[in-house]
Design a protein around this ligand. Sequence first.
Ligand SMILES: [Zn+2]
Length: 264
Amino acid sequence: MPSTFIDTHCHLTDEPLFSRLPQVISRARQLLVTEIVVPAYDLPSSFAAARLAATHEDISFGVGIHPGWLENKTFPESALRDAVIELKPAAIGEVGLDYALDHFDPELQDQALERQLELAEDFNLPVIIHCRKAFQPLYDRLKHFPGVTGVLHAFNGGPDFAEKFLELGYFLAFGGGVTRPNARKIRKTALMVPADRVVLETDAPYIGSHTVPKSEMEPAVIPLIARAFAELRGWTLEEAACRTTDNARRLFKLPAMKKTGENE
Ligand SMILES: [Zn+2]
């Protein structure tokens, strides 16, 4: 039986995916994308992701506060800790630093990141990291948490930063970017990432691929991303599926054989 795929980052709680969920999931299964990790960006999306996971056994989820949510708001420290205790997520995320936002407060972002890394440490959970234009401050923060690892989602920091995050034990996630011939930094990083540290993601509906606009992104696009990655590395599609699925299971501590309904 061919290996299945895992979409390690897809916002199924958001439109247009949420209202088309049955079709989105069935198209994904037809293409062997049998498991999906749904990150959150605030408290409501954390609860929404948990509700999806409660009714779909092939969906796992994160609980976390995205840096983009923080502007002019107070970080909900105790409510977030309560949510982790109540919802039992597979990860803390997505969290991180985003200096590409129009208005951002580096201090506030760093504090929220630090609090959430503490949560990851306390509950022994991986973190899903979002980072734009802040790789050095991100590294400076992460290195203070040697007991925590996770994934740098949609990583575009280039090979030198990749090396540093890999040394800390992090995985790197590749999505639509790797399908774009002109995405030089991402493709260079794809060439150097160790085979046991790469995972795949769509980040649907927020990042498109070379041929699929972001409005049409969904987990069923994962094999196309896997093919682009495999071609770069000289792997077969099956190798890409096997390795990235195995890596995603280790990263999120997913059970080895989740039931997939149609594939039993
Ligand atoms: Zn995301």
